[in-house]
Design a binder for this molecule. Sequence first.
Ligand SMILES: Cc1cc2nc3c(=O)[nH]c(=O)nc-3n(C[C@H](O)[C@H](O)[C@H](O)COP(=O)(O)OP(=O)(O)OC[C@H]3O[C@@H](n4cnc5c(N)ncnc54)[C@H](O)[C@@H]3O)c2cc1C
Length: 366
Amino acid sequence: MVEQVVVIGAGVYGAAVTAELARRGARVTVVDAGAPSDGTSGATFSWTNSNDKAPRPYHDLNVAGMEAHRKLASEVPGSDWYHEGGNLDWAADDSAREKLRRNVETRKSYGYEVRWLTREEALRLEPDINPDELPADEIAYYPTEGWIEPTRLIGHLLSTAGAEQIWHDAVTGIEVTDGKVRSVQLASGRKLPADAVVNCAGPRAGDIAQLAGLNLPMQNTRGVLIYTSPVAVAVTRVIHAPHVHLRPDGAGRLLLHTHDVDDAVQVSPTGEISADPAAVEKVIEAGISLYPGIRGATVESVRVGERPIPGDGLPVLGRAPELPNFHFAVSHSGATLSLYAGGLVAAEVLGEDHSEELAPFRFERF
Ligand SMILES: Cc1cc2nc3c(=O)[nH]c(=O)nc-3n(C[C@H](O)[C@H](O)[C@H](O)COP(=O)(O)OP(=O)(O)OC[C@H]3O[C@@H](n4cnc5c(N)ncnc54)[C@H](O)[C@@H]3O)c2cc1C
């Protein structure tokens, strides 16, 4: 019987898994090498969506993730970490427009909410956009998408879970005997006995798997997040313009991001990670072209986040068959997925059957 569970990692996944395990009555210890949200969950665009997710089971999982956020937010008074303001997306050239059209048709065929807006309709939603930046029509509007504030969500989930919390103490070993995990070794020398372990180490999930003798291939990538000073500009939803993606980030700040500058990440000889200032400037310029009111803003911080991407791009969820009390909760799009997918993983740890839903995301496919 599973009584004591060790959750490794306190990002959105670790927090969601911890909260659900505790809610179901397990004794949980959650351990992190740093502090909660120090990992990718503290440097993410955190757009909640199933905007272009394939194949179908992955789309459905993301839709369930969006629904889980909506449900939690409706149940918890003051849960303003969840913002369902919708998303606007448009294309700059014919080939991108064709791709967008195909995507909109696919989403519609799945029953996902999306509709086309004209420039005038989009401006009614986002009056501070420079009209010259918008096409006359074919602006895709996804009303059920939004974003979360991961750090505040993690804070809520952990503070209400009643789990033992260990911060600034890295997992350095996992004791396995007779095909089962027995304990987790920490850098401090502490040893945590475990009936089950959940690997929520995000980009480092492959290293944790290795400690248990399992090989999880990862193909992580890095992305640049630019946080502005507060600006009195009405941005109220997620915006996907051709050269910049942006959204509000609290107290008037904006968060800017684009895949165009993923390759602007620099790693110094001593391992320090930063973003090329010229690339940051380029993204800010694109933001100003789109919302001229941003011109007065300064860059408050630039963060580089590492996307935890399993080898084939899809999530890895649930138990490892060769080590049945070792479980995975690892994926990109974790801001969208973690509440729901983490809940499924937690339920399976405690013996509930979710084989059908988890089947496409099992570790054994590697
Ligand atoms: C640029 C960028 C944009 C993104 N945009 C989106 C988006 O729009 N929508 C979306 O849904 N998702 C998005 N993502 C992905 C999403 O942010 C991640 O999937 C999610 O944050 C991962 O959460 P996690 O809990 O798995 O990992 P993390 O938040 O990284 O948490 C893992 C934790 O494990 C800890 N850890 C690691 N090794 C050890 C160890 N040995 N011992 C103990 N603890 C350890 C770390 O300290 C860390 O706190 C984006 C990511 C990036 C980088």
